[in-house]
Design a protein around this ligand. Structure first.
Ligand code: NAD
Length: 497
C-alpha cells in the first residue's frame, strides 16, 4: 500500500498524521493513502520556499532556462510513467493521460523561452538625456491549488511559468490523485532545480486555508469547482494576495443547419465522453438548430453504441470509470432528474457493458439525454461526467441566447460552414475560449487559458504571456546620468524637455 507524502526542500517528508484514502476507480479498491497536511507542514513548505527564493530570483535567465530544458527532457522520458500513475488514480485511459502530459509539456516548452519573455522595454531620451525602462520581477513564494481531473497538466499550467519567472512554488494537488505531483517533484530535483524552489503539500481544506492566510504567500493560482474558486479568490484577495481562480464549466456546441453532421457527431461524442466527461472543456450540451436535431441525435447514438468502456490500463478501452463512487453517484442522479424535467433518455449509461466486468469500480457509461429543456437543472448545472444533453433551438439567435444566459463561460464551439455566422458568434458569445468547428478549443501554451463569468475569478488567464504577467510585477526606472549640463533645482512637476 503506497503512502503519498509531501515534498519539501527537495525531499519526501512528513505525513504521519491525518490521511485520506486513494482509490483505483476501475476496481473500487483502496490503493494507498495520501497525507493531509497540518498547518505546521504547510508552514514548513512556505519556509523552504522563502529560503530558496533569494538565490533562485538571482539565478541568471540562462541558468533557469537550462534547468527547464532538462526538466522538459526528463518529463518527456517519463511520459508513460506519469500517464500510468494518472490512470491508476484518476481512471482515465492511458492515451488520454498521455495527452494531458503532452499538453502540460507544451507549457514547459513555452517557459523555456523565459529569457525572451522577460525582456522589458527601453526608451532613450524620454526627456533630454533621461532614459526609461521597464522590468518585471518575480513575486516571491507563490502557490498552486489544483483539481483531480488533470493531475499533471493543470499544475503544469502554473509551475513552469512561475518558476521560470524566478518565483518559488508550492503545489497543493488534489487529494484524489496525488502521486503525479511527487514524480514531477523528483524530476525537478534531477533536472537540477535547487531545493525549495518546487514544493508539494498534500492536503485538503486545512492546507488550502493555510496557504490563503499565510502572509509570505504572495499569489495563488487555483483551478477547481466554482464555489471553491470563488472562496479562494475572495479569501486570498482579502488578504492582499494576487489570485487567479478558474472555476467550473458547462460548455455548449451550437450546431447550425449547414454543418457537416458527421463531423458534428464525431466531435460531440469525442468531446462529450473523452475522459468520461471529467474535463472542464468537455462539451456537455449540444444546441441543435432546427431541423438537424433528429438526424444528429441518431448519428450521436450510433457512435456511442460503438464506444468501449473499460479499465484505463486496458489498451482497448476508450472511456474509463469516474473518479470516485460519490462522484459517480452524483453524476448518475442527473439521469432520473433529466427524465423528471421532461428530457428523453436515449442512451442510459447505467446499462453500458464494461470490459472485464463492473466489479466495484466507479462505472457509468456514456449517456445521452435528448429534448433537454433549456434552463432545466440538467441543462444549467455542471454535471462533470459522461452525460451529453441535446437542447433543441429554433435559430442561431435562440442558441446564442441560451449560451449567454448560462452561469459559466469557459468554452464553447460553433459548427457551421458559414464563415460569416462563425465570425458573428465569436464576436457575440460571452465565453472565454471558442472553437469554430473545433470541439475542445484549449489554447496552445503560448496563448492563455481562461473562461468568463463563473468560470474565472480574477482578471488574468493562465500560462502564455498572461501567466508571465501574473507571476511578475512591473517596475519602471527613469534614469539620468549626470553630465555637465544638469540644470539645478526645479520644483515644477517633471515634464518632457
Ligand atoms: P474542487 O473544487 O473540489 O477541488 C479543487 C481543489 O480545491 C482541490 O485541490 C481540493 O483539495 C480543494 N478543495 C476542495 N474543497 C475545498 C474547500 N472546501 N476549501 C478549500 N479547498 C478545497 O474541484 P475538483 O472536483 O477537484 O475538480 C473538478 C472541478 O474543477 C470542476 O468543476 C471542473 O470544471 C473544474 N475545472 C476547471 C478548469 C478550468 O480551467 N476552468 C480546469 C479543470 C477543472
Amino acid at each position: 500500500m503506497k503512502h503519498v507524502s509531501h515534498w519539501i526542500a527537495g525531499a519526501r517528508t512528513g505525513g504521519d498524521g491525518r490521511a485520506a484514502e486513494i482509490f483505483n476507480p476501475a476496481t473500487g479498491e483502496v490503493s494507498g493513502q495520501v497525507a493531509l497536511a497540518t498547518v505546521e507542514e504547510v508552514d514548513a513548505a512556505v519556509e523552504a520556499a522563502a529560503r530558496a527564493f533569494p538565490d533562485w530570483r538571482d539565478a541568471s535567465l540562462a541558468k533557469r532556462a537550462r534547468v527547464l530544458f532538462r526538466f522538459r527532457e526528463l518529463m518527456d522520458a517519463h511520459r508513460d510513467d506519469l500517464a500510468a500513475l494518472i490512470t491508476s488514480e484518476h481512471g482515465k485511459v492511458h492515451d488520454d493521460a498521455l495527452g494531458e502530459v503532452a499538453r502540460g509539456l507544451e507549457v514547459v516548452e513555452f517557459a523555456c523561452g523565459i529569457p525572451h519573455l522577460l525582456k522589458g522595454g527601453f526608451s532613450e531620451n524620454v526627456s533630454t538625456r533621461v532614459d526609461s525602462y521597464s522590468i518585471r520581477q518575480p513575486l516571491g513564494v507563490v502557490a498552486g491549488i489544483t483539481p483531480f481531473n488533470f493531475p499533471a497538466m493543470v499544475p503544469m499550467w502554473m509551475y513552469p511559468v512561475a518558476i521560470a519567472c524566478g518565483n518559488t512554488f508550492i503545489l497543493k494537488p488534489s487529494e484524489k490523485d496525488p502521486s503525479a505531483s511527487l514524480l514531477m517533484a523528483e524530476l525537478w530535483a534531477e533536472a537540477g532545480l535547487p531545493d525549495g524552489v518546487f514544493n508539494v503539500v498534500q492536503g485538503d481544506k486545512v492546507a488550502v486555508d493555510r496557504l490563503l492566510e499565510h502572509p509570505v504567500v504572495k499569489a495563488v493560482s487555483f483551478v477547481g469547482s466554482t464555489p471553491i474558486a470563488r472562496y479562494v479568490y475572495e479569501t486570498g484577495t482579502a488578504r492582499g494576495k494576487r489570485v487567479q481562480a478558474l472555476g467550473g464549466a458547462k460548455n455548449h456546441m451550437l450546431v447550425l443547419p449547414d454543418a457537416d453532421l458527421d463531423l458534428v457527431a464525431d466531435s460531440a461524442v469525442s468531446a462529450g465522453f473523452g475522459s468520461a466527461g471529467e474535463r472542464c472543456m468537455a462539451i456537455s450540451v449540444v444546441l441543435a438548430v432546427d431541423p438537424v436535431g433528429d438526424e444528429l441525435v441518431e448519428k450521436i447514438v450510433s457512435r456511442v453504441a460503438g464506444l468501449t468502456v473499460g479499465p484505463g490500463d486496458d489498451p482497448a478501452s476508450e472511456m474509463g470509470p469516474l473518479v470516485t463512487e460519490a462522484h459517480r453517484d452524483k453524476v448518475a442522479s442527473y439521469l432520473d432528474l433529466g427524465v423528471e424535467e421532461g428530457a428523453k433518455l436515449v442512451v442510459d449509461g447505467r446499462e453500458t457493458p464494461v470490459r472485464g466486468g463492473r466489479g466495484d469500480g466507479f462505472w457509468l457509461g456514456p449517456t445521452v439525454l435528448d429534448h433537454v429543456p433549456a434552463g432545466s437543472r440538467v441543462h444549467r448545472e455542471e454535471i462533470f461526467g459522461p452525460v451529453l444533453s441535446v437542447v433543441r433551438v429554433a435559430s442561431y439567435e435562440e442558441g446564442l441566447e441560451v449560451i449567454n444566459n448560462g452561469e459559466y463561460g469557459n468554452g464553447t464551439a460553433i459548427f457551421t460552414n458559414d464563415g460569416g455566422a462563425a465570425r458573428r458568434f465569436q464576436n457575440e458569445v460571452e465565453v472565454g475560449m471558442i472553437g469554430i468547428n473545433v470541439p475542445i478549443p484549449v489554447p496552445m501554451a503560448f496563448y492563455s487559458f481562461g473562461g468568463w463569468k463563473s468560470s474565472l475569478f480574477g482578471d488574468t488567464h493562465v500560462h502564455g504571456t498572461e501567466g508571465v504577467h501574473f507571476y511578475t510585477r512591473g517596475k519602471v526606472v527613469t534614469s539620468r546620468w549626470l553630465d555637465p549640463s544638469h540644470g539645478g533645482v526645479n520644483l515644477g512637476f517633471p515634464t518632457n524637455g
